[in-house]
Write a protein that binds this ligand. Structure first.
Ligand code: B16
Ligand code: MG
Length: 211
């Protein structure tokens, strides 16, 4: 396969902040008397803050005014930011640095395709921002599972979607990659991707044989 770009999801692929997102949702929900089961985590991964609160309200079968939803999201975001406040390069998941350097060495462009509005400060804290040729703004496009964020990255990089390899830990994210016509690499388990690996170290080992 011709590979012109690697497109990375952030939470759950580059760093383990996806657990911080769920921990924060769980804590805020608790303060509303809602007990979020761990089984809900998988369906909240990769989707926007707004879609997450809608899913939680639907799960709990409660009515919240628009103001209350906004307060719910704001409290969650403040909690999430507290949880990742100390993140630093030690919080990079295995293989991140290596695969970014590998991409650079092979002139493969690099994009960040996160649904998170906290993505930029997080990659700055992780000290990897300089690797990215493009960082897509999630506020400007429909969220995953729509393909728009991935397609916007390819367009800005000037590469064809079929020559992009994208990495995701979320079901919604893998759906978005496939809808964009790109090669999907799932990080984790039980993902309907073209390839599934435990981490980027294993993904890199496979990709090395294709470049
Ligand atoms: P924020 P990713 C996603 O990031 C998370 O997986 C998801 O849990 C979160 O709700 C979403 O970002 C929005 O994040 O509230 O910080 O804007 O996995 O696409 O990098
Ligand atoms: Mg993710």
């Amino acid at each position: 396969m011709e590979i012109d770009a690697f497109l990375f999801d952030l939470d759950g692929v580059i760093t383990d902040s996806s657990t911080a997102h769920f921990k924060a949702w769980k804590a805020v929900a608790n303060s509303y008397g809602i007990d979020l089961p761990d089984s809900l985590e998988v369906s909240l991964k990769g989707i926007s803050r707004r879609n997450s609160v809608e899913k939680i309200v639907q799960y709990a079968n409660i009515d919240l005014s628009e103001d209350a939803k906004q307060a719910f999201m704001d409290t969650k975001n403040a909690m999430y930011q507290d949880l990742v406040a100390e993140y630093n390069p030690d919080n990079l998941l295995p293989g991140v640095q290596t695969i970014l350097e590998f991409a650079r060495a092979h002139s493969i462009k690099i994009g960040l395709v996160s649904a998170s509005k906290n993505a930029v400060p997080l990659i700055e804290a992780l000290k990897i921002k300089a690797f990215f040729d493009v960082i897509v703004d999630p506020a400007k496009h429909p969220s995953k599972p729509a393909p728009d964020l991935f397609l916007a990255a390819a367009k800005r990089l000037g590469v064809a979607p079929e020559n992009c390899v994208a990495f995701e830990d979320a079901i919604a994210g893998v759906q978005a990659i496939k809808a964009a016509g790109m090669t999907a690499i799932g990080i984790g388990e039980r993902l309907d991707a073209d390839y599934v690996f435990a981490d980027l170290t294993a993904a890199h080992a496979m990709l090395e044989t294709h470049v």
